[in-house]
Design a protein around this ligand. Structure first.
Ligand code: ATR
Length: 291
């Protein structure tokens, strides 16, 4: 069998670095978009150990690799090895997309774009809303900066380690004068009008699927929308509790898809139109749910 239609001498190479990467769905997303658009590229997983991202990126540049996605635990560390950073990525302090330039890679953050798109698709605007972000790690940074940038009226950062929530609050207030408060889970029920909740902690994933960061389900009575960044399981306990209380629920799969589409657009200088993105979303969602 001749495989010239898959990889040949002119094929552009992209990949994802992370540890672990074996579970990543990004190769399926990127290779599907590339086939759909007839782009001569391949996208492969690169397992890179913690602390070795900068070295890996330098090697990748020498190997002619056109671009990378960056996942846990390298989203901050890898910034040292970049020649340029997009202004939004600088504000967030994390990158998930690297594009090859003349002398090195430029870093972007498309997680924030994916997050915004998954809200827009459900008709949710953060403007003027009280936004509650659960967690204060990398994903929470995107959620809090998006809420501030889109003029949420108030932001609450809720975290087990309060100091980390306070640090994030201070960071956001360097760029925006939005009212931001750092609170503990015990104070959750005191929030007067929690309209939109964005869940960014790892609690509720497959290995902790009977757990939720919000044990008091009466909290959801006043909430309108809950966005969960986890998509395995498809619906976390938190999302099921929110649905039972009548909230609009959104899982993290659209955020994953749309951050991937935004990375593809950056790498290939193209725009994926609405029709194609809806078509890709439908087929990739069906495929993932049947895995
Ligand atoms: P990411 O970059 O994916 O956001 P992270 O930076 O490791 O990952 O952050 C994980 C978040 O999940 C943190 O807010 C963490 O809370 P702490 O700062 O207190 O560690 C939160 N988290 C993880 N396990 C948790 C648990 N069992 N209960 C509550 N929060 C938890």
């Amino acid at each position: 069998m001749i495989c010239a239609d898959i990889v040949k001498g002119t094929t552009k190479v992209f990949g994802i670095i992370g540890d672990p990467v074996a579970h990543s769905f990004s190769p399926v997303i990127q290779n599907t978009i590339a086939r759909e658009l007839g782009c001569p590229m391949v996208y492969v997983p690169f397992p890179v150990k913690r602390g070795e991202a900068s070295e890996a990126i330098k090697g990748g540049f020498k190997l002619g690799i056109e671009g990378f996605n960056v996942t846990v635990p390298h989203k901050t560390d890898v910034m040292d090895a970049l020649t340029d950073m997009d202004s939004l990525a600088k504000k967030i302090g994390a990158v998930n997309t690297l594009k090859r330039m003349e002398n090195g890679y430029k870093g972007y953050n498309t997680d924030i774009l994916g997050l915004e798109k998954s809200l827009i698709l459900k008709g949710v605007s953060l403007f003027g809303k009280t936004v509650v972000v659960l967690g204060a790690g990398g994903a929470a940074r995107c959620a809090v900066l998006l809420a501030a940038d889109r003029q949420a009226s108030e932001i609450y950062i809720v975290n087990r380690t309060l100091d980390k929530a306070r640090e994030l609050m201070t960071h956001v207030n360097k760029f925006y004068n939005t009212s931001v408060k750092a609170i503990s889970y015990q104070e959750l029920l005191n929030i007067p009008n929690p309209e939109i909740v964005i869940q960014t902690t790892s609690l509720g994933m497959e290995n902790t699927k009977s757990s939720t960061p919000v044990e008091e389900v009466s909290f959801f009575k006043k909430v309108e929308v809950v966005l969960e960044i986890i998509y395995t399981p498809w619906k976390t306990k938190l999302l099921l509790d929110a649905e039972r209380a009548g909230c609009i629920s959104i899982n993290g799969f659209d955020m994953l898809l749309y951050q991937g589409m935004a990375s593809y657009e950056i790498w290939n200088d193209v725009k994926i139109d609405k029709e194609l993105s809806a078509k890709l979303s439908k087929s990739l969602t069906e495929y993932y749910k049947n895995l």
